[in-house]
Ligand binder design. Structure first.
Ligand code: SF4
Ligand code: SF4
Length: 345
């Protein structure tokens, strides 16, 4: 499988990586098999996170005996220092390894959080640096969903990689973010290559991304058949036919008008409604186990908040993609009520 240099990390990673979110839905034995199939196909880049419940532990079991053949990337939310230190130790333990190849700040979407991370006195970045010196982590990266924050993160020069959503619907990174990463020699990791499960034509999605020779994609994989299919696209001819281009345009026109890019330009909402999180709910339902999005935590909290929307419409005036936010919030909320009812029977 073709490899690329992941920016200044110098890591030679396969263009196709493995996203560790969906294996949470499987049994442990199934999850281990899926990860091992990826390794057998030559995939050498695995992404997971402290927040993905069983994912790290299952990956740890799957790579046993093959640890040095694979790069493992994981991440922690940028909470307080104590939490970050604990999460790092927990990741090492769950992955059953004494080093993490790439350790990332998870989902840094605003300047306040970025400034808190980089605070020279007691920023969280210092914890990562200390861990790097101690050999617990080898490289430092960051992940984001918000374009302005992501560009600022790249410009700091403090991170070796960035992970950002990129697919033919959310194609904005091709214009500025990716060229900026190249300028700073930063690795670009593609999250949501299938638009978080909203796009079901894998051939189109990966052929689109294969036009960019220096990005690594990490589709979430749940079935052996899925990784086999995607690996075949990577190994096959990458040229996009005119029929495929037309189909991409059709899908962009159709979905593009109803697809939240999580850019956050619609904020602030006077009612404190986490709009993008609510709009992304259908994608959580497609990819995650019900316990993850129904029990405790920030998702059910956000979904309950949806009921407080006064339908003032201010958010819609600010959305650069002209999304019918009020209508989409209602649809997401109704889906939430349906899955909640189905899972509490
Ligand atoms: S329409 Fe609802 S979500 Fe949008 S700004 Fe008004 S209260 Fe907030
Ligand atoms: S609703 Fe529009 S403005 Fe708000 S996050 Fe989504 S795409 Fe951006």
């Amino acid at each position: 499988m073709e490899k690329i240099r992941l920016g200044k990390t110098g890591m030679m990673v396969t263009r196709l990586g493995f996203g560790g979110i969906p294996i949470q839905r499987l049994t442990e034995a199934e999850a281990v098999k899926v990860v091992q199939r990826c390794l057998d196909l030559g995939v050498n880049y695995i992404d997971t996170a402290n927040g993905y419940t069983t994912s790290e532990e299952r990956i740890g079991k799957a790579v046993k005996g093959r640890r040095h053949d694979v790069y493992i990337a994981t991440k922690t939310f940028p909470g307080d220092a104590e939490m970050v230190e604990k999460n790092l130790e927990l990741s090492l333990k769950r992955l059953d390894t004494d080093y993490i190849d790439l350790y990332q700040f998870h989902s840094v979407n605003d300047m306040d959080t970025l400034n808190r991370i980089l605070d020279p006195e007691n920023g969280l970045y210092r914890i990562f640096e200390k861990a790097k010196k101690a050999g617990k982590i080898r490289h430092i990266g960051i992940t984001s969903h918000q374009m302005d924050a992501a560009k600022a993160e790249v410009k700091t020069g403090k991170f070796e990689t960035i992970m950002f959503p990129f697919n033919f619907i959310t194609s904005e990174p091709a214009k500025e973010l990716l060229p900026l990463c190249r300028e700073h020699d930063m690795g670009f990791i593609v999250m949501k290559p299938l638009a978080g499960g909203m796009l079901d034509n894998a051939t189109l999605c990966f052929k689109y991304l294969l036009q960019f020779p220096d990005v690594v994609s990490i589709p979430g994989i749940e079935k052996i058949q899925e990784i086999d299919e995607i690996a075949a696209i990577y190994e096959g001819p990458h040229n996009i036919t005119s029929a495929e281009r037309k189909e991409m345009k059709r899908m962009t026109d159709e979905l593009g008008t109803r697809f939240c890019r999580r850019c956050e330009y619609c904020q602030p909402c006077a009612q404190g409604i986490p709009i993008s999180l609510i709009m992304t709910f259908p994608s959580f339902v497609k990819r995650l186990p019900p316990d993850w999005y129904l029990k405790g935590g920030f998702i059910p909290e956000a979904m309950e908040k949806a009921a407080e929307c006064t339908e003032c419409g201010e958010c819609e005036e600010k959305c650069p993609f002209n999304l019918p936010i009020r209508e989409m919030i209602k649809e997401s909320y109704s889906l939430y009520e349906q899955v909640k009812a189905a899972n509490t029977k």
